[in-house]
Design a protein around this ligand. Structure first.
Ligand code: SF4
Length: 381
C-alpha cells in the first residue's frame, strides 16, 4: 500500500478505467465497446483489478487526484464491480482525499440502488449520455434509451454533481431540437454539459449517412454550436473548453488534467496512459487483454516516447482547445524556449484568430474557438 502521509512530495496524475460493455451498439460508435458480452464482465473486472495491482509499485510516486470510469457503459455492469475497483485503487494507490471520482452512466441502466453503491465508495460525479431530447433523434442514433428514460435517470441524480452529454450535427436535427436538449439538461439539474458535434467515423453505420449527404454540413453544425452555446450561457453554463460547459465550480478536474497535458494511467482494454513522457495504449481485443493480464503481462500494444517537438505541439494543441488558452510562463518553464518564437509562422498566419491577454495567456479568440482544428493544423507544421 502507498504511503499517504507524503502526498505533498508526490506527483499528481489521473486514473482512467475502461468498461467496454454496452447493451447495444449505437450507429455512430467506434469506441471499444462489446454489446452482447456482458457475461464476461466479472472475469474482465477481475483482470482490471489485477492490472491495477501489477502497476501499483511503479506508480507509488504519484497521488491521484481524479478517477474516471468510462466506456462503453460502466452502469451496465453490476455496480459492485465498480465499487470493487474503487476499493482496489484505494488499497494500492495514493488517492487524494478530495479526488474527483466519476462514473459514466446511460439512462437505461441507472437505478437508485446502483447510485447508492457508487456513492458508498466515494463516487462524487456522474456523466450521463443524454445526446438528444427527441425520441426520433435517439432512434436515429441507435441509442438504447428514450427521452423519458433520461428524465427518470436524471431524477435519481437530483442534487448530485452530474454531466449530460448532448450531440449536434445529427440527421434531421433542427435548432429547436438543440434548444430542447439544452433545456432538458438544464431542467434536469446537470451541473455540467458536454456538447459534441457528431463525427462520422469510417466503418460505422452512420458513415453511410455521411456519404449519402444526409448529415448537416459544416456551416450548419457551426450554427447549431453557436446557438447551443448561447443557450447554455443563458442557462448558467460557462464554456471552459470547446465542447465543455459548466456551472461555476463544476469544471471536470479529470478532463482539465488531459488539457493541461497532465499525466494519467489507464486500466482496461483500449485504455491509454501518459506517464513520464511516454504514451502507451492497451490492446483493443478483449480476449488478448484477459490473456495478457492473467499471465502477469502488461496488455500494452503501442508504446511511444514523445520527443520535444511533439511535446510542444501537444501542449499547444491541448491548451488552445480551452477558453483560458496557453500560459506562456508555464510553456517557458517546461521547454526553456518562447512559444511565440517556436510557433512564429503559425502565429503570424493565424494572427486574426488569436490574442494574448494581459495575464500572460495566449488563446484563440472566443468567437473562433469552435474552428480551432483549422487553426491548429498550422501549428502542427
Ligand atoms: S453507449 Fe457509448 S460506447 Fe456504448 S455503443 Fe453507444 S456510443 Fe458506443
Amino acid at each position: 500500500m502507498c504511503d499517504v502521509n507524503n502526498n505533498n512530495t508526490k506527483k499528481k496524475a489521473g486514473i482512467y478505467c475502461h468498461i467496454p460493455f454496452c447493451r447495444s451498439k449505437c450507429r455512430y460508435c467506434d469506441f471499444t465497446s462489446y454489446p452482447g458480452k456482458l457475461a464476461l464482465a466479472e472475469a474482465y473486472m477481475a483482470c482490471v483489478y489485477k492490472e491495477m495491482r501489477l502497476r501499483a509499485k511503479e506508480l507509488s510516486g504519484y497521488t491521484f487526484t481524479s478517477v474516471y470510469f468510462g466506456g462503453g457503459t460502466p452502469s451496465v455492469i453490476d455496480a459492485k464491480l465498480i465499487a470493487g475497483a474503487v476499493r482496489q485503487l484505494r488499497k494500492f494507490y495514493s488517492i487524494a482525499p478530495d479526488a474527483e471520482i466519476t462514473v459514466e452512466l446511460n439512462p437505461e441502466s441507472v437505478t437508485a440502488e446502483k447510485i447508492a453503491v457508487y456513492k458508498s465508495v466515494g463516487v462524487n460525479r456522474f456523466s450521463m449520455g443524454m445526446q438528444a431530447a427527441s425520441d426520433r433523434l435517439l432512434e436515429e442514433l441507435g441509442r438504447a434509451h428514450t427521452v423519458e428514460e433520461f428524465r427518470r435517470a436524471a431524477a435519481l441524480l437530483r442534487g448530485e454533481n452530474f454531466n449530460a452529454d448532448i450531440m449536434i450535427g445529427l440527421k434531421g436535427q433542427t435548432l429547436s431540437d438543440v434548444e430542447a436538449a439544452v433545456r432538458l439538461a438544464a431542467e434536469s439539474g446537470a451541473s455540467h454539459v458536454s456538447m459534441y458535434a457528431l463525427t462520422p467515423e469510417d466503418g460505422t453505420p452512420m458513415y453511410s449517412d455521411y456519404l449519402n449527404g444526409d448529415l448537416p454540413d459544416g456551416d450548419t453544425v457551426a450554427s447549431m454550436y453557436e446557438f447551443g452555446r448561447g443557450l447554455l450561457r443563458e442557462c448558467g453554463y460557462f464554456r471552459y473548453e470547446v465542447s465543455n460547459f459548466a456551472k461555476e465550480g463544476y469544471a471536470s478536474r479529470h478532463n482539465q488534467n488531459y488539457w493541461q497535458r497532465g499525466e494519467y494511467i489507464g486500466f482496461g482494454v483500449a485504455a491509454s496512459s501518459f506517464l513520464a513522457g511516454r504514451r502507451f495504449t492497451n490492446t483493443r481485443e478483449l480476449d488478448d487483454y484477459i490473456k495478457c493480464v492473467l499471465t502477469d503481462h502488461y496488455p500494452v500494444v503501442d508504446d511511444e516516447r514523445i520527443g520535444e517537438q511533439d511535446a510542444k505541439f501537444e501542449r499547444v494543441m491541448l491548451a488552445l482547445r480551452t477558453q483560458d488558452g496557453l500560459e506562456l510562463a508555464a510553456y517557458r518553464a517546461e521547454f526553456g524556449s518562447e512559444f511565440e518564437q517556436d510557433f512564429s509562422a503559425a502565429i503570424e498566419k493565424n494572427a486574426r484568430f488569436l490574442e494574448k491577454t494581459e495575464a500572460g495567456m495566449f488563446r484563440i479568440k472566443d468567437e473562433y474557438l469552435y474552428v480551432q482544428n483549422q487553426i491548429l493544423i498550422d501549428f502542427l507544421q
